[in-house]
Design a protein around this ligand. Sequence first.
Ligand SMILES: O=c1cc[nH]c(=O)[nH]1
Length: 214
Amino acid sequence: MFVFADHPSIADQFIAELRDVTIQKDSMRFRRNLERLGELMAYEISKSMLFQMVKVQTPLGVAPTPLIKHPPVLATILRASLPFHQGFLNYFDRAENAFIGAYRGYPSVNEEFEVAMDYISSPDLSGKTVILMDPMLATGRSLEKVYHALLRFGTPARTHIAAVLASPEGVRYVQEKMPQCHLWLGAVDERLDSHYYIVPGLGDAGDLAFGEKI
Ligand SMILES: O=c1cc[nH]c(=O)[nH]1
């Protein structure tokens, strides 16, 4: 597991602006900060990928250069993840893409919400590197459901899960249910509240990026 907050960097500035109740009123800056964190995470994750040496012809000679062997598949849970996804795509510009519509459905009898999933589009994932992203890793249940739904499209060689903020409960859940996945997180917060929101967190990432829904 790699947590950006454990290694102070410019990422902390972007996370602070996402959290800040005044700055987050500027939805364009909110989206751009999610995108910038996607870019930083793409860079960090790229270091763990497979490279091959390529000879690049320059005007003056040949430069041996390590280039990423296979572009990843970027898998995104709609809708809050869209700007985060764009950040990854800015760097992995040859990536394939998968999109999944998953959201919190009606509460069940024991007050826990159900994860509803009604849309999925994906390329073949067999043997590929998948980066599954959601800016908020709260309970981890959406990620688990989406991950298993994606396996219908083939078994990836390696799966990374990227989130900006996580709860300790969500981290434990993902580590227990999906031990084969590698976690990349901006920061791990204190806890979940009774509505399964991350505290201190930042609020509702989808609403802050795209406006309130009914
Ligand atoms: O705190 C949370 C948890 C899930 N989704 C959000 O947008 N915020």
